[in-house]
Design a protein around this ligand. Structure first.
Ligand code: SAM
Length: 245
């Protein structure tokens, strides 16, 4: 029998945010290689006998883990297994999914991608923050906060109505300072949504200025949202009324 690899998005955490297609693929898999941001409750949905392997990466060991993951996928698929590479959110949003597809195609291995609901959209949304809002935000940008200086041009992103920053917890102070330097108002509201859609979800509201001064405690993983749309969630939480921005 010919094996195949599925690169599947698991959504942000809540198993109910898995797509029907992802569920179908998972239930038909022999082996599932899953990431750190995949909610382990999703693994309860697999048929019994499916082999599950945790391949989450710690800071500093990404490259060697990635090589191990590629080798594992190749090994299992060459033995004829249906292999699912299960990633948090969507596999192509800061997920190295495209690199994995290329690796497999270069080796003539059949591969199919199953998109997932990305944390960049679902996590703010379920915390009551719309990324676009008539009269308030007509554009949003999703930016990696993994590095504060160097390749990320915060002065360009600072012009976008709503900023959604992933992997930005560790650099939050520096990012906030760069955005203020580029002209954003220090009084502007921001939100961090920690472990969005998981049972442990926590939403922290603050201002850009407070973040810049290092006054805001946040734990990863979190989505960092900057923009006037954050006011919407605060009002929504207080009064449940929709307000104009
Ligand atoms: C390597 S990126 C992967 C993003 C993923 N592919 C997606 O589409 O959601 C990891 C970052 O996504 C964000 N993230 C993912 N899941 C999250 C969740 N449930 N709650 C908050 N942030 C999350 C965090 O910023 C985290 O550092």
């Amino acid at each position: 029998m010919k094996g195949k690899v599925y690169i599947v998005g698991a959504g942000p955490g809540d198993p109910k945010l898995l797509t029907l297609k992802a569920l179908e693929v998972l239930r038909g898999s022999d082996v599932v290689l899953y990431d750190r941001l995949v909610n382990p409750e999703i693994l309860h949905l697999l048929r019994s006998g499916t082999k599950t392997i945790y391949v989450g990466k710690k800071e500093g060991e990404q490259e060697e883990r990635q090589e191990m993951i590629l080798n594992l996928m190749e090994e299992f698929v060459r033995e004829g297994y249906k292999v699912t590479r299960l990633k948090g959110g969507d596999p192509f949003i800061f997920g190295r999914g495209a690199e994995e597809v290329l690796y497999l195609l270069e080796r003539d291995i059949e591969v199919e991608v199953v998109p997932g609901i990305s944390s960049c959209i679902a996590v703010p949304e379920l915390a009551g923050i719309p990324l676009t809002l008539r009269g308030c935000s007509s554009a949003f940008a999703v930016v990696s906060g993994r590095r504060c200086r160097g390749e990320v041009r915060w002065s360009d992103y600072a012009k976008v109505d709503t900023l959604v920053i992933l992997m930005g917890v560790g650099n939050r102070d520096c990012i906030a300072r760069e955005l203020i330097k580029a002209g954003r108002d220090p009084e502007e509201l921001v939100a961090f949504v920690e472990k969005g859609t998981w049972k442990e979800e926590r939403v922290i509201f603050s201002t850009l200025g407070s973040v810049a001064e290092g006054l805001v405690e946040v734990d990863p993983p979190a989505v960092f949202v900057v923009g006037r749309v954050v006011e919407f969630a605060k009002t929504l939480k207080k009064s449940r009324e929709v307000v104009a921005c």
